[in-house]
Ligand binder design. Structure first.
Ligand code: LRH
Ligand code: MN
Length: 432
């Protein structure tokens, strides 16, 4: 039985207040869905099975290069972060695994981290390496790159770091390593565009060769710019796909929703990566301009729906050998990170539930008949469906909160941890 950090009685009391209204709303939704030939209970089972990993680095207040304004009760280490992630899981019941980042979360005894996770009812998803910062005492700098660096010694140092992350992941029971590379250039001519990429592929090949077993995955994350402002070595899905195909079966592509130029059709990229058998995972968030790392579904929920629409369609067509890993990757500069992560997990489940409501047989007919208006309306009809009661009922049945943010605020958790955690000071630059 997991250790709960919020007294379950508080959640029960809070749920009792909303239980009648929820029962009525759920009943009404079930009736309207049954008129559309949809079994609400079956839908609830599917939605309850969708799990999204939370980023350990997401429970601390984020910042920009200008400033970071830490809030009360900032987590001081991985154990504080696990407790905050456990609260997100206890109330929302959609995020049973945490994605760690090394060396930010590295401790000598990773088995102790695994054990504490277990106590808190948490597992561990993909781990993340970091060759976009130099660590104190690091022999060679990553200023001019890491896995694609012109100097073989720097590449070897970066490969060794990634293999060390795999070993730490193994100790946690993780099954994947996410590699995001800041490598790139700011001026034309600064680096050889083709050779830099070839060096990257060779380095990732060396990491792939060190993976523990066939079940492990390398999730290669691309990004269109920042910190490089002329060319990024893995700048889009094309480069990422080329690399994943060159490295082999265990290498897949990771789609961070914020890593695209504003007008990019991301669901189209998702469809292509599925066709190529190389869709490995997602970093869910939302953005308007660049890698804004805002809460998932907070800017353009229709876009999030369209991504999940491709996933549900692929699943029903059995178009992949394994479902992509779903993780949140956000920077909470102004909100309580726990609230933002609970609301973002809910937004992901909402998009998934709406995608499950798409009448795909009717849609296929409209597409075959080139009935453009009705095909578009088919998707919009699913997106317009308010599945709020179903998401709340899924949480309630799983022992979570009908209204996670309401129950969280009632619990006083933030005030309690603020009283016992060291005060964290603001600083200039740096996302975390
Ligand atoms: C890069 C990124 C990557 C993480 C970092 C925290 O922008 O999305 O996934 O390593 O954010
Ligand atoms: Mn990311």
């Amino acid at each position: 039985m997991a250790e709960f950090l919020i007294d379950p009685a508080i959640i029960e009391a809070h749920n009792r207040q909303g239980a009648d209204a929820l029962a009525q709303d759920y009943e009404a939704l079930a009736r309207s869905l049954s008129r559309r030939g949809i079994d609400c209970e079956a839908l609830l089972q599917k939605v309850s099975a969708l799990e999204i990993a939370v980023p350990s680095w997401g429970v601390g207040t984020g910042g920009t290069r200008f400033a970071r304004f830490p809030g009360p009760g900032e987590p001081a280490d991985i154990f504080d972060k696990l407790e905050d992630c456990a609260v997100i899981q206890q109330l929302g019941r959609a995020t049973p695994r945490v994605s760690l980042h090394f060396p930010w979360d590295a401790v000598a005894d990773m088995a102790a981290v695994k054990a504490r996770g277990l106590e808190l009812g948490l597992g561990f998803d993909a781990v993340n390496s970091n060759t976009f910062q130099d660590q104190p005492g690091q022999r060679l700098s990553y200023k001019f790159g890491s896995l694609s660096h012109a100097d073989a010694e720097v590449r070897a140092q970066a490969v060794a770091h990634n293999i060390d992350c795999v070993r730490k992941g193994e100790a946690l029971g993780a099954r994947a390593l996410t590699i995001w590379l800041a490598d790139g250039s700011n001026f034309a001519g600064q680096s050889h565009l083709a050779r830099a990429f070839e060096r990257y592929v060779e380095s990732v090949g060396a990491i792939e060769a060190a993976l523990p077993d066939e079940s492990w995955r390398l999730l290669l994350e691309y990004k269109n710019f920042e910190p490089a402002f002329y060319a990024t070595v893995v700048q889009d899905w094309g480069s990422c796909l080329l690399a994943a195909q060159a490295v082999g079966h265990r290498a897949r592509c990771l789609v961070d929703l914020g890593h695209h130029a504003p007008s990019t059709n991301i669901e189209l990229i998702v469809a292509r990566l599925i066709s190529a058998g190389k869709l490995g995972g997602f970093h869910l968030n939302d953005s308007r301009f660049g890698d804004d790392d805002l809460d998932a579904g907070s800017v353009d929920p229709f876009r999030l729906f369209l991504v999940f629409n491709e996933l549900v369609d692929a699943e029903q067509r059995q178009a992949w050998d394994e479902a992509p890993a779903l993780m949140l990757d956000q920077s909470h500069n102004l909100t309580d990170p726990i609230e933002s992560l609970m609301l973002s997990a809910d937004a992901a489940r909402r998009a998934h539930a709406q995608a499950l409501l798409v009448d795909r047989a009717e849609l296929a007919d409209h597409q075959t008949q080139n009935d453009v208006a009705m095909a578009a309306e088919n998707l919009r009809c699913a997106f317009r469906t308010d599945v709020t009661p179903l998401l709340a009922e899924a949480r309630r049945r799983a022992g979570g909160a009908i209204d996670p943010v309401g129950a969280y605020r009632l619990s006083g958790y933030r005030k309690n941890v603020a009283a016992r955690r060291p005060l964290s000071t603001g600083s200039g630059g740096g996302i975390v």
